[in-house]
Design a binder for this molecule. Structure first.
Ligand code: FES
Length: 68
């Protein structure tokens, strides 16, 4: 079962939206660069910014998991 929940309430971006954006992007090297791409695709963390760390944590988890 895929883990899914709302990560960014301002922009209604879910965990699955972020995971999909990373899959489409296939740049697994750098968390901040990937964050920028994910932000462009999903517009997450462009509202209040409160989800910024959550988004970074999710990206780094996915990147680390995918790199093994
Ligand atoms: S919750 Fe993501 S920008 Fe506000």
């Amino acid at each position: 079962m895929t883990e899914n929940y709302m990560v960014c309430n301002c922009k209604q971006v879910s965990y699955a939206d972020i995971a999909n954006a990373i899959q489409n992007n296939t740049k697994f090297d750098d968390v901040l660069k990937t964050f920028e791409s994910v932000q462009k695709i999903t517009h997450c963390s462009t509202g209040c910014g409160g989800c910024h760390q959550k988004v970074l944590d999710i990206i780094s988890n996915i990147i680390n998991g995918a790199a093994i």
